[in-house]
Ligand binder design. Structure first.
Ligand SMILES: [Zn+2]
Length: 205
């Protein structure tokens, strides 16, 4: 059985296997009522749908986790400028609204919030803001060499954002689709479970 099933999905699958056993027994005794065949057929289709949906759920959520872990930060202690004694202690929201990681430096015994976001969603506005700052700096930069360098940095950052944006947007669309499907599926599963429970009482009488 799949690990990523919701409780009610699991219950329906259990009920279906109860009916299958019952049907097999009745078939042996050669007294299988007609509606059993129909019920089992519908049940099998639903179980198949549940499994496909669960697989899909797993894939999308795994992709989100991977996307989340894409951000590799090089956090360092603001006091000793090292990273070897850092321990992540949680997250915090920056004044600008993005989520960042909180660390403790066990060497200096201080806690600090790293100044960059810890996720690709917040990373987009963060870098965009940074690029804007660089661009306005560029306007008043008299030194040719510094200008060329800054321009190269801007280009690199813009290229990174252009790559990251569609990935994040696609993941958000996938998640929205999944949420819609979750609702539909939960409704179908709930209705069918009620139906099976009634049938169960009926045949147990
Ligand atoms: Zn330190």
């Amino acid at each position: 059985m799949q690990q990523n099933l919701k409780p009610e999905e699991r219950e329906v699958i259990k009920l279906v296997s109860f009916f299958r056993k019952k049907a097999e027994k009745l078939m042996e005794e050669k007294k299988l009522p007609e509606e059993y065949g129909q019920l089992l057929e519908t049940s099998d289709k639903l179980v198949e749908q549940i499994n496909i949906h669960a697989k899909n759920r797993e894939t999308i959520l795994n992709e989100r986790t991977q996307l989340q872990s894409m951000i590799k930060e090089n956090a360092q202690c603001p006091k000793c400028s090292k990273n070897d004694k850092l321990k992540r202690t949680g997250t915090d929201k920056s004044p600008r609204g993005w989520k960042s990681n909180k660390y403790k430096c066990r060497g200096c015994n201080i806690e600090f919030v790293w100044n960059a976001p810890n996720n690709p969603w917040d990373m987009i506005p963060y870098v965009e803001h940074f690029v804007e700052q660089l661009k306005s700096k560029l306007q008043n930069e008299p030194d040719e060499f510094t200008r060329t360098q800054t321009q190269a940095v801007i280009q690199q950052m813009e290229a990174n954002i252009a790559k990251l944006k569609p990935v994040v947007e696609a993941s958000d669309l996938d998640l929205a689709d999944l949420e819609t499907r979750e609702k539909e599926m939960a409704e179908v599963v709930h209705k069918f479970k009620k139906h099976l429970m009634i049938e169960k009482i009926r045949i147990e009488d």
